[in-house]
Design a protein around this ligand. Structure first.
Ligand code: BJW
Ligand code: ZN
Length: 285
């Protein structure tokens, strides 16, 4: 977190060159897939998973983010998700979310696929639509493809019914946990845990986008979790190129034609904003 709150560093000539090269690739690309991970929300105050301040530093994934963990102790799992809902619910989109939202609204060939469950891309879209002058059908078209579900939705363990739910979670005892209105079975967060398959239709759409994209822009992901991390490989195997924005190198760096080492909130406004757009979210050094 400390790293994310520090003032933006001055970009070097090398950074500026990388940004320039990536901008040209994006400007001429007919299909663009943007794949985001937790790092894109770090500057909004949402904790990432891995790394020194990540959630997995103090919580074991297998104790909280697997179906087995939920079966063994649903109260503990709900307590953790309740805490995250509260924390994330207080966060606002940052300049990176805003830049992505504006790109996907103005460019019908650009599509966002996110691993994030925090809803900040969706909020940024709403804000951009209310501020900008975008074509009528662009908001629906620009909706992110959400690979791992949403913190603000529940799924019934009995009848599979899904509902949006922004309420705080009452997880003091198992008896107080949220239950289905239709069948009274226990509800669970509508997220994808380790060992669970992704929604096949969502995965199909993401893979199709990856295969047809001329540029896959990967932002703020460790590139460790599959099948999300396989999407940039698909783009490359299909003849496209990969551009990465991340302060650290990742396994995806090796396949990237351009790696921009910096924070999403500093880099993306430079990379994606066009001159005619409002300058509110542009970063000036
Ligand atoms: C910044 C920044 C700033 C910091 N700006 N950047 C192939 C090979 C090996 C294993 C598998 C495989 N295929 C499937 C698997 C098994 C497994 C898996 O991938 N395991 C690996 C970890 C080894 N995958 C699954 O189980 C998936 N299901 C599946 O494939 O089903 C079929 C199947 C099952 C079993 C076996 C085989 C096939 C499901 C994966 C579900 C992941 N779920 C989670 C939790 C979601 C709900 C919740 O939030 O609670 O999703 S885990 C967690 O990791 C979350 C994230 O979406 C996901 C990815 O994390 P992300 O976004 O990359 O975050 P971090 O923290 O890792 O990285 C942050 C990055 O940001 C860092 O790089 C920083 O440097 C950077 N950063 N500040 C820009 N300001
Ligand atoms: Zn039910």
């Amino acid at each position: 977190m400390e790293q994310t709150r520090r003032a933006d560093r001055t970009l070097s000539m090398h950074d500026l060159h990388e940004i320039d090269q990536a901008r040209r690739l994006l400007d001429s690309a007919r299909g663009i897939l943007i794949l985001t991970g937790a790092g894109v929300s770090a500057e909004s105050g949402v904790p990432t998973f891995r790394g020194p301040d990540g959630l997995w530093k103090s919580h074991r994934p297998e104790a909280l983010a697997t179906p087995e963990a939920f079966q063994a102790d649903p109260r503990l799992v709900w307590e953790w998700y309740g805490w995250r809902k509260e924390r994330v619910g207080a966060c606002r989109p940052n300049a990176a979310h805003a830049a992505i939202a504006r790109l996907t609204l103005r460019n019908a060939d650009a599509r966002l696929v996110t691993q994030n469950v925090d809803g900040l891309h969706e909020l940024a879209l709403e804000e951009a639509v209310s501020e900008g002058n975008f074509p009528g059908d662009s908001a629906a078209r620009a909706a992110p493809i959400r690979l791992h579900g949403s913190l603000f939705r529940t799924r019934c363990t009995g009848c599979d019914n899904r509902t949006s739910d922004r309420h705080p979670v009452e997880a003091k005892s198992e008896a107080s946990l949220p239950r289905c209105r239709k069948c009274a079975a226990l509800l669970r967060p509508d997220v994808v845990w380790f060992g669970e398959g992704l929604d096949p239709e969502i995965l199909r759409q993401a893979m199709e986008r990856a295969e047809t994209a001329e540029v896959c822009l990967v932002v703020g992901t460790s590139g460790l979790v599959h099948p999300a991390a396989s999407l940039p490989l698909l783009t490359r195997e299909s003849g496209g190129v990969v551009v990465e924005v991340n302060p650290e190198s990742t396994p995806l760096t090796a396949i990237a034609v351009s790696s921009i080492r910096g924070r999403a909130g500093q880099i993306l406004p430079r990379l994606l904003t066009v001159e005619s757009e409002p300058s509110r979210n542009r970063v000036v050094d």
